[in-house]
Design a protein. Structure first.
Length: 232
């Protein structure tokens, strides 16, 4: 089964400092038929104005994965961790039994919007110790595992959701990769456009959800950056 979700059909939150496009029900946007996909419960494409952002707020029992596409994102949390996330760096925060954090586009000198994709997953166990991991993967091309909850699968960072892997596909026009054969695949085009076997052309902001028929080919139509969740 393949379900397509076009960019223009996504729920959108718009304020004076934020544009957030949601792949699933989020906040005041609710559709009982669209509350997540396997263990993936949030997938937001955010654009944050300079000097603004998410002030300190709580999370619990959530694996939070963040990928910056443009600009920078300043992270601070109640465990005393502070840092800046930039394009080419992947971040995982385990909220566990509870953590407070802020995410803002207020690095000194920041003058342009920050665009990032943030994804939430259910962990295998509640009440984990809060933790944080960040890794720079640079400008590597092809299909690269960024985050993995599978033992033995080498990835930039680990996640506490078994069977879940986030792959990054950076492809030149005409370049193809075979996606993982998994019970569930969530394919999101963050930049450019690509042809997905069985689904057709996907443009920026489009997503496809595969159930029970993993392993399709992904071919870039234009230079493309695609985030692919492999799920149980």
């Amino acid at each position: 089964m393949i379900e397509l979700r076009r960019a223009g059909d996504r729920f959108t939150t718009s304020t004076d400092w934020l544009t957030s496009r949601h792949s699933f029900s989020f906040g005041p946007h609710y559709d009982p038929a669209d509350v997540g996909f396997a263990e993936l419960v949030a997938h937001n494409d955010d654009v944050v104005a300079p000097g603004t952002g998410y002030d300190t707020h709580p999370h619990a029992d959530t694996e939070v994965v963040t990928w910056v596409l443009e600009g920078s994102l300043v992270h601070q949390d109640s465990n005393g961790i502070a840092g800046v996330l930039r394009p080419g760096q992947v971040q995982r925060m385990t909220a566990g039994r509870g953590v407070l954090h802020s995410e803002r586009n207020d690095e000194p000198g920041a003058a342009t919007p920050t665009r990032f994709v943030q994804m939430w997953l259910r962990p295998d166990e509640p009440g984990l110790d809060p933790s944080y991991q960040q890794h720079d993967v640079g400008a590597a091309g092809g299909l690269l595992p960024l985050v993995s909850g599978i033992d033995g699968l080498d990835a930039a960072v680990r996640i506490h959701t078994g069977g879940a892997v986030l792959h990054l596909a950076r492809l030149a026009p005409g370049e193809s990769v075979a996606l993982p054969d998994a019970p569930h695949l969530h394919v999101f085009v963050a930049r450019g456009s690509a042809d997905l076997e069985g689904a057709g052309r996907l443009d920026e902001g489009d997503a496809a959800r595969f159930t029970g028929n993993g392993g399709p080919a992904l071919t870039a139509v234009t230079p493309a950056e695609v985030l692919v969740w492999q799920l149980r």
